[in-house]
Write a protein that binds this ligand. Sequence first.
Ligand code: SAM
Length: 394
Amino acid sequence: MEHSLNPLTEKIIQEIQKQKDHRITFYHFMKMALYEPELGYYTKDRTKIGKTADFYTSSSVGPVFGKTIANTFLEMLPFCTDQRNYNILEMGGGNGRFARDVLTGIKEKNQKIYEKLTYYMIETSPYHQHLQKEYLKEHLEHVKWVNHLDEIPKPFQGVIFSNELVDSFPVHMVQMQDGKLKEIYVTWDDEKREFIEVLDQLSTQELAKYFQEQNITLKEGQIAEVNLDAIQWMETMARFLDKGYMITIDYGYPADELYASHRHNGTLMCYHRHVANENPYQNIGDQDITSHVNFSILMNTGEKLGLKTILFTTQSYFLLNSGILEYLQEIEVSQMGHRDLFHDEALKMNRAIRQLITPGEMGETFKVLVQKKNVPDHKFRFMTGIIEQYGLGW
Ligand SMILES: C[S@@+](CC[C@H](N)C(=O)[O-])C[C@H]1O[C@@H](n2cnc3c(N)ncnc32)[C@H](O)[C@@H]1O
């Protein structure tokens, strides 16, 4: 008996059959799997982030992530405007927990800035937009949801933030075969009733240019992802930001490390109910598909358009220098009046901080890129203490 296929799988098959060669690029497949209206993983009503879902993000580990970064925003905002108003733009805010923790943190620490603050959110997923409105009830006066950058008053002067946005952009997949760079396409095998991959010529010369410009040659047989949307996004953001900062957090590496020969099969990963797998052709629409970010290309693209890199380091260094450990002490003292590390709240906070900064957990694979435009040099708190500018030899 034939298994029935889910509506998204049916739609992808139809899309494949519409094409002259009966195949689509992996990029096209991933875009449909994640973002097809109402059916894609991110667009449909399904809880994705947190304990009962598919994956954790730093924001879902605990409020300490947002609260620590709120302090950085408080340091940065006065440099961005004439201080009559303040702006933050978050892109891909997921369920809105980060925004809530940031706004709560800013309100607690600096009522004056809070009162003059507009927190813009751009989120592709209607489901996540809905969750954001629920989570942000107590801050509604300060939050504006927009679907496009055009809806935000210009010139934009403020801070642009994203956490795990770029890794969720669809990517092209390429493989080196007989010394030539080829692209991975997806087709449907009606007999086996499964998607299969085929290698053929590149769908766009941008892919060859991407490797040439970065002076990277893949090894024979090596598979790699190319996130062209990330380049376009950085170009757009660099032009959009008139004055201020951009903080981009995600897992990834500089280009030479990302495309090193030991990563023979690339970095594509799927997440379904907290189990990682490498098969994007299963649980279609019910699992996340991600790939590691090439931070070199983000930095280089930004530099060309006036965005200067002021820090590229691990999440661990960034959060430690930003004072994350102070939150543990605040809880101990303010909620219990005395130090009792075995108290539940302290333990929960302790666990969250450990998860965020430990190299084996989120501390090292996650990187933090801070760029600036049209603002004076300033030594922020996150730039003090021990700093390792990751992989840049600085
Ligand atoms: C992996 S989730 C991260 C969510 C959140 N930042 C967090 O840390 O929990 C990626 C989010 O980015 C959104 N997204 C993807 N592409 C986007 C785009 N071009 N513009 C705005 N949001 C986007 C997705 O819908 C999803 O909510």
